[in-house]
Design a protein around this ligand. Structure first.
Ligand SMILES: [Mg+2]
Length: 198
């Protein structure tokens, strides 16, 4: 049987697997876009439905009121554990903030081995400005206390974390939502909006 061409859906998937999630060839083939939209991909797969497609995503986390208390800088419960689980699942974790790269906070909370890079986050016109920034990678999913960011770029909005609160469980929800989306292509979380195809 001939090796499927990269132009066919099955060939594109094989191409993506061979090239790796961040591979240039996969990018050029537009495969990442397809991988980010498993609904399309799953329909393409020989007409079968519900074929599980496990996504490996670039996940961008906001800092203030998302990862750390906006008023006291304390680390939100579960951040380190969820980062560890996401990394183990094959996702790439980035941190960005409207006030600039936040390596200081990342190091202060001993997250540097889990975070690939830090960037500046757009504060208006999120999608257009994100594009204009020419980042080395683009977010597949964002996590932010500002619902507009998640809606514009695709992602999960979280309740603002202000002060240290040992009872906060938002990070566990974030992990469950990402896992569900990565494994099944959908999530029931009403505070999650998948990335739009643009
Ligand atoms: Mg914030």
């Amino acid at each position: 049987m001939p090796f499927p061409s990269a132009q066919t859906p099955v060939g594109a998937i094989i191409e993506a697997v061979l090239a790796g999630h961040n591979g240039t060839r996969a990018r050029e083939a537009g495969v990442l876009r397809r991988l980010a939209h498993p609904g399309i991909l799953r329909r393409d797969l020989c007409g079968r439905r519900n074929v599980p497609v496990k996504l490996k995503m670039n996940i961008f986390f906001d800092v203030d009121y998302t990862l750390v208390g906006g008023m006291d800088g304390s680390l939100r419960p579960g951040v380190r554990e969820v980062f560890q689980r996401l990394k183990k699942d094959g996702h790439h974790i980035y941190v960005w903030s409207g006030v600039g790269p936040r390596w200081h906070e990342v190091r202060r909370h001993q997250l540097e081995s889990l975070v690939i890079d830090c960037f500046t986050k757009p504060i208006t016109d999120y999608y257009q400005q994100m594009k204009a920034m020419n980042l080395p990678v683009e977010p597949d999913l964002v996590v932010d206390d500002f619902p507009q960011v998640a809606q514009a770029l695709g992602g999960i909005s979280v309740a603002p974390y202000t002060f240290e609160n040992a009872n906060d469980r938002e990070m566990e929800r974030v992990y469950q939502t990402i896992s569900s989306y990565a494994q099944n292509g959908h999530s029931d979380d009403h505070r999650f909006a998948p990335k739009l195809q643009k």
